[in-house]
Design a protein around this ligand. Structure first.
Ligand SMILES: O=C(O)C(=O)Cc1ccccc1
Length: 292
């Protein structure tokens, strides 16, 4: 069987590293061959799966410093048909790449907004005057770095190798324990696993409106491991709530709690149940760096 996997490109992104880690795990545990396909934005990666151009995708969803990857959450709600098959967490170390001979000559820095956030203090300390430019991925600007020594980019040491670019500083993330969680998504229904992710909108915006659906989880003694709000984009102050619970959809107990939740939400979307890929084991078996 040959499975096509979409990821955020171009070559050398953290998403590509996550996708290739997952591909290797599939080969080792399920003898499944894979073919990877890069797309220029997270939105296009997710659409490629929804429109059946590819079988699955691997996308970033949350970072320990920068929080939720908003495009992933917004698109998941919008597309309405993608299901989470697995989650994997990667430790991430950022590097500063440039052809400049010293930091003082750099005037512009490119990177993905998540990477700019994760290195905010380092940038304020070492490059306080620079213009920061957000890109679709940490590697989008790398091919242009050769031409201009006044520009730099935040990417991985792995990407520096791929593009043959000098690393001026590494690691530069503000917190050493910097991790990003990725989801493997497909169109296939996923009903079993240790975690379930879902999102809902509320029918009213009044006192206790959020408490009502959450109370059903508390009553069922189901632990919530994440909650995050995103604007509904209908009106200011109107939110969607994305939550992860530590329970699988294949349990009647979980189903009953979610059915009760459905009674006090406007729209409730289930994104599936899944387990975490055992990353210690997976990364130990590879020759690729533990830290990127
Ligand atoms: O741009 C990348 O390399 C990505 O894969 C997105 C991202 C950016 C920063 C941290 C983790 C993932």
């Amino acid at each position: 069987m040959n499975l096509s996997i979409a990821y955020l490109g171009p070559q050398g992104t953290y998403s590509e590293f996550a996708a290739s880690t997952y591909a290797r795990w599939l080969q080792q545990h399920h003898q499944t061959d894979t073919a990877r396909q890069a797309y220029p934005s997270i939105a296009q990666v997710l659409r490629a799966v929804a429109q059946a151009e590819v079988d699955i995708c691997v996308v970033p969803v949350e970072n320990s410093i920068g929080g939720g990857v908003t495009t992933t959450l917004d698109m998941l709600w919008e597309l309405d048909m993608l299901q989470i098959q697995r989650a994997l967490t990667l430790p991430i170390e950022h590097a500063f790449l440039s052809q400049a001979d010293r930091l003082q000559v750099v005037s512009t820095v490119y990177s993905h907004p998540q990477a700019l956030t994760q290195c905010q203090k380092w940038l304020e300390t070492h490059l306080p005057e620079v213009t920061l430019i957000a890109t679709n991925s940490t590697t989008e600007a790398l091919q242009h770095l050769d031409a201009d020594p006044t520009v730099g980019a935040i990417s991985s040491a792995w990407a520096a190798q791929i593009y043959g670019l000098p690393v001026l500083a590494h690691p530069i993330n503000d917190h050493s324990d910097n991790c990003t969680r990725f989801w493997v998504l497909s169109r296939e229904s996923s009903q079993s696993g240790d975690y379930t992710s879902l999102a809902f909108s509320l029918p009213t915006n009044d006192a206790g409106a959020l408490l009502k659906p959450l109370q059903h989880l508390a009553l069922a003694k189901i632990n919530m491991s994440r909650i995050e709000s995103r604007p509904t984009k209908r009106s200011l102050g109107d939110y969607l709530f994305f939550i992860d619970i530590e329970a699988g959809l294949d349990s009647p107990h979980t189903r009953a709690a979610l059915d009760a939740m459905g009674g006090c939400t406007e729209t409730l979307k289930l994104f599936g149940s899944y387990t975490l890929l055992p990353m210690e084991e997976v990364l130990a078996q590879t020759s690729t760096p533990k830290y990127l």
